[in-house]
Design a protein around this ligand. Structure first.
Ligand code: PGA
Length: 265
């Protein structure tokens, strides 16, 4: 492969509401054996977003793994502290050595009332307090069929551009996840994903300039598997994948990491 993957390759697993402490422990044990002898190299960024209760044990397990997997929370509040029942703060994540958080996932938008503005505010609050963010956006099937994909991405990104500090480099990753492809087995074709990523890169360029646009990693998410990840990663503007279902089994996540490493060679 001759593509210049200067932004590295990001293989990020979103466990959603799966894998409590015991299943998480089993996952890490199995991952260690599935990856024995694997040296991912500096360009591959492996990440997992476990549910809150499994985070602490995951930190301990990753320490023993012998190579770095970064850990993130699936949600957190942007405010430093206060009367927000059910929420967790950036400081709490950092105390637990959790450096990343997902924001704006379509399930949060669909089931928990997250809006473009609230997602942007959350991202801003977390970034300000030193937690890095994977910000998720994507269109529904109806919006794609109406030819409105880019317009939707623009609407979802606009409050973020207003909210984030201009030096977001290295602290903010964008995940394009078409809602119709999440958990459905219907992956966007590499061409569809690349087209959306090109549009996204243009949006970032217009809002924040060429450098920010060129340096921001753009992940694709939606029914990514070890079988289809290689052709997605072969596209110039696809810098990695955010993976739900196929990240739950250690064997499968190990294959995804290996495919990520292969995309860099
Ligand atoms: P999926 O989920 O890989 O199961 O489609 C992706 C996501 O929601 O991040």
């Amino acid at each position: 492969m001759t593509l210049n993957k200067t932004r590295g390759i990001w293989i990020a697993g979103n466990w959603k509401m799966n894998h409590g402490v015991q299943e998480a422990e089993a996952f890490w044990t199995q991952l260690a054996s599935a990856l024995s002898g694997f040296k991912p190299g500096s360009g591959v960024r492996g990440m997992i977003f476990p549910p809150f209760l499994s985070l602490e044990r995951s930190v301990a397990a990753v320490r023993k793994l012998g190579f770095a997997i970064e850990l993130g929370a699936q949600n957190a509040h942007g405010a430093p502290k206060g009367a927000f029942t059910g929420e967790v703060s950036a400081a709490m994540l950092k105390e637990a050595q959790i450096g990343w958080c997902l924001v704006g996932h379509s399930e949060r938008r669909q089931f928990f009332g997250e809006t473009p503005q609230s997602a942007a505010d959350r991202a801003r609050g977390l970034l300000d307090q030193g937690v890095r963010v994977v910000f998720c956006i994507g269109e529904t099937r109806a919006e794609r069929e109406a030819g409105r994909t880019l317009e939707v991405l623009k609407r979802q990104m606009a409050p973020l551009f207003e909210a984030v500090p201009r030096d977001w480099d290295g602290r903010l990753v964008i995940a394009y996840e078409p809602v119709w492809a999440i958990g459905t087995g219907l992956t966007a074709t590499p061409e569809q994903a690349e087209e959306a990523h090109q549009g996204l890169r243009r949006l970032i360029w217009d809002a924040l300039g060429m450098e920010a646009s060129g340096r921001t990693p753009l992940l694709y998410g939606g029914s990514v598997t070890p079988e289809n990840v290689t052709e997605l990663l072969a596209k110039a503007n696809i810098d990695g994948a955010l993976i739900g279902g196929a990240s739950l089994k250690a064997e499968s996540f190990a294959k995804l990491l290996r495919a990520g490493a292969a995309a860099l060679t």
